[in-house]
Write a protein that binds this ligand. Structure first.
Ligand SMILES: NC(=O)C1=CN([C@@H]2O[C@H](COP(=O)(O)OP(=O)(O)OC[C@H]3O[C@@H](n4cnc5c(N)ncnc54)[C@H](O)[C@@H]3O)[C@@H](O)[C@H]2O)C=CC1
Ligand SMILES: O=C(O)[C@@H]1CCC=N1
Length: 273
């Protein structure tokens, strides 16, 4: 595996780094840069990765630079790196929502005559830390076959991937996968709360919800049946599940999901402006 720099040591960087190290990538091939010490030092202590406060040092070390800062910081961070070091030959991977390849390429170009650098946009999700991530990848025209293979190797080490033909599909991936673990967490939080209202202890409520969610997700993962069939198998005619599902339908569950996913996409589009 190539040497990899992570610029930003927050939630998403941490998830990918944990997944990579657990998948067998040598920690000495990973350097993480973050201005404040605690997150990068924690990663170094827990997983043996290299760390620095200096984005330029990490970028210089690596062949692959993974940009993991908040979207509003990405272009400034890229500008600083390209002003300080030669980025020639390096592959840049951005996980940021709402920042386009073109915006990143301009920020990485020292002057307008420079060749545009290769950039792969990845939209991952935090289950990468368990090797259970789901990522969408989009490559700029400048990305070579070799660089594409590197990006693919990196992200398949932490989960499943799909390549996207057009960049706008990244926003759809945000709605379906990038943001989506939070939808399931929200649902589980609501169930956990109700379990507590029913009198189960917080420990029991957590176990009831997490084990049921895990079982359901594993059934989907291990079955060839349509998800709707798995649901139907739980739903006896006129029974308890039927009553609950009908209530969900009556309360507009499908519309809620549609609106929430549309809101995620709209926000990503707004951020890119
Ligand atoms: N959290 C998630 O589930 C997902 C996040 N993303 C994307 O990942 C990116 C990071 O998000 P999170 O990890 O959630 O945010 P975060 O806030 O947890 O991490 C960002 C890190 O960047 C550091 N940072 C701030 N300024 C910096 C600078 N100048 N140089 C280097 N590091 C700097 C911060 O100290 C922080 O540790 C965002 O662009 C987001 O759109 C994408 C998919 C999923
Ligand atoms: O909420 C966000 O903007 C980021 C992108 C996908 C998940 N978290």
């Amino acid at each position: 595996m190539n040497k990899i720099a992570f610029i930003g040591a927050g939630n998403m960087a941490r998830a990918i780094i944990i997944g990579l190290v657990n998948s067998g990538v040598a920690p000495q091939n990973i350097m993480v840069a973050n201005p404040s010490a605690s997150k990068r030092l924690n990663l170094a202590q827990e997983f043996g990765v290299l760390q620095t406060e200096d984005n330029n040092k990490a970028s210089e070390f690596a062949e692959v630079v993974v940009l993991c800062v908040k979207p509003h910081l990405i272009t400034e961070v890229c500008r600083q790196i390209s002003q300080a070091i030669s980025i020639s030959g390096k592959l840049f991977i951005s996980v940021a929502a709402g920042t386009t390849v073109a915006q990143i390429q301009v920020a990485l170009s020292k002057n307008s005559k420079d060749n545009l650098p290769p950039v792969v946009r990845v939209m991952p999700n935090t289950p990468c830390q368990l090797g259970l991530g789901m990522s969408g990848l989009f490559a700029s025209n400048e990305v070579s076959v070799e660089h594409k293979a590197i990006a693919e190797q990196l992200m398949t080490a932490v989960g499943k991937i799909i390549w996207l033909a057009t960049e706008d599909k990244i926003n759809d991936i945000i709605a379906v996968a990038g943001s989506a673990p939070a939808y399931f967490f929200l649902f589980m939080e609501a169930m956990e709360k109700q379990a507590q209202h029913l009198g189960f202890s917080s420990q029991e409520s957590r176990m009831l919800v997490q084990q049921t969610a895990l079982g359901a997700a594993q059934m989907v993962a291990h079955s060839d049946e349509a998800i709707s069939t798995l649901r139907a198998n739980v739903t006896s005619k006129g029974g308890t599940t039927h009553a609950a599902i009908e209530q969900f339908k009556q309360d507009g569950m499908e519309e809620m999901v549609k609106n929430a996913m549309a809101a995620a996409i709209a926000r990503a589009e707004e951020m890119a402006k």
